[in-house]
Design a protein around this ligand. Structure first.
Ligand SMILES: *Cc1c(COP(=O)(O)O)cnc(C)c1O
Length: 384
């Protein structure tokens, strides 16, 4: 399998050089827009590209308000702040995620609680969430609290793993029943839709990342998606130092963040948005080629759930066993084709090893069997 995969990927990308997991593509107006910011001297925290980029994301996702930030972790921090996460609260999330999800809540003094993922979406499982709350939470007048520690359960943060949307209707109904806020970690899922609605727009807030490895990039950057307008305007306010507009006075009406995305980065974002549809088409095409390639083998290609349209940001396979997984990782990387195991589960990291958690059998299975394979858009598969 490994040898065939290596030649298949090399032929696809038509190169003998190292093939990364996900490289950015700049084939549109990137140079021009970035140059414009330099000519205008507006490279920093204000400028027309920031407003344009937010408007692009609002139009594309259908969210009430989009707020650009310095990175996706900052967007997550802001979203958690907006739903009232405070010191000593519990935030429920998945153990199978990138560490940023947990870092954001950790630095707010909150603690994560880890719940299993669904084998269908690879994201937070509604049944496991419900079971966890039944076991550990009690609903009081001021919301759900932990039965013994009395800590507040303040937010649930599902993550759309590799761009595949989680089961949102079911998660929303559990969150409503328990009166817990829902924040979607949509860092990986720009361009992914749940039953026709863009991921990150169904929860109270969503967070997107534009890091260099994501489907589009601003170098570094993020976006908070706000479901309703007034909290959206407040989100903009607190991420921009909470300054009250005035021709010359400095007055800040609360302790804000400086999480502003520079205009220089937003310029890149505006150009990348013009290519997003082409990237998504191209990546669906690539995913279909992988589906054919792995069809009939004992390596299972991960496909989008049937209720969703995924952006196929990062392609993944489930290996038949751990020794096959090790063999594949070793040989592909030695042969210049980058592959990577999924993240180690969050409770294995020293800072989260004491976190409370439910049964994590699906997460553990995926951790032991999943490998990500090259996923950059492919030049020969259509316009980029
Ligand atoms: C990329 C990513 C983030 C963080 O984004 P940054 O822009 O790198 O801060 C958060 N969560 C997940 C799941 C991610 O993949």
């Amino acid at each position: 399998m490994t040898k065939q995969l290596v030649s298949f990927v090399k032929e696809l990308y038509q190169t003998n050089e190292f093939i990364p997991l996900h490289a950015p593509t700049f084939s549109g107006n990137e140079q021009q827009y970035v140059s414009e910011t330099i000519s205008s001297t507006f490279v920093s925290s204000v400028g027309k590209f920031v407003d344009d980029f937010e408007a692009h994301i609002e139009n594309y996702t259908g969210t009430a308000k989009a707020v650009a930030t310095v990175n996706g972790t900052a967007a997550l921090h802001t979203a958690l702040y907006m739903v009232g996460v405070k010191n000593n609260d519990i935030v429920i999330t998945q153990a199978l995620t990138f560490v940023a999800t947990c870092n954001a809540l950790h630095h707010m003094g909150a603690e994560p609680a880890f719940v299993d993922v669904s084998p269908v979406s690879l994201g937070l499982c509604p049944k496991a969430l419900s079971a966890f709350l039944e076991q550990h939470a009690v609903l009081t007048e001021s919301g759900p609290v932990h039965k013994t520690t009395k800590q507040r359960f303040q937010a649930v943060v599902p993550m759309h793993t590799f761009g595949h949307p989680v089961e949102l209707d079911e998660l929303i109904s559990v969150c409503n029943e328990w009166q817990i806020a829902l924040v979607e970690d949509a860092a990986e899922s720009l361009g992914s839709f749940y039953k026709g609605k863009h991921t990150g727009t169904l929860g109270d807030f969503g967070a997107i990342s534009f890091n260099g490895n994501k489907i589009i990039t601003t170098g570094g950057g993020g976006m908070v998606l706000c479901k309703t307008l007034a909290p959206g305007q407040h989100t903009k306010h607190i991420t921009t130092t909470a300054k009250v507009p005035h021709p010359y006075e400095f007055f800040h009406d609360e302790a804000g963040f400086n999480y502003r995305m520079p205009n220089l980065n937003a310029a890149l974002g505006c150009a990348q948005m013009e290519s997003l549809a082409a990237f998504i088409d191209n990546k669906r095409h690539l995913a279909n080629l992988y589906i054919d390639f792995f069809n009939g083998s004992d390596f299972k290609f991960v496909t989008e759930p049937n209720y969703a349209k995924s952006n196929y940001w990062l392609n993944a396979i489930i290996c038949p066993n751990q020794s096959e997984r090790e063999k594949l990782l070793k040989q592909t990387n030695a042969d210049g084709v980058m592959t990577r195991p999924v993240w180690q589960l969050m409770h294995r990291l020293p800072m989260f090893e004491k976190a409370m958690r439910g049964d994590l059998s699906h997460s553990e299975f995926i951790e032991a069997h999943l490998v990500n394979i090259p996923s950059s858009p492919v030049n020969s598969l259509g316009k980029l």
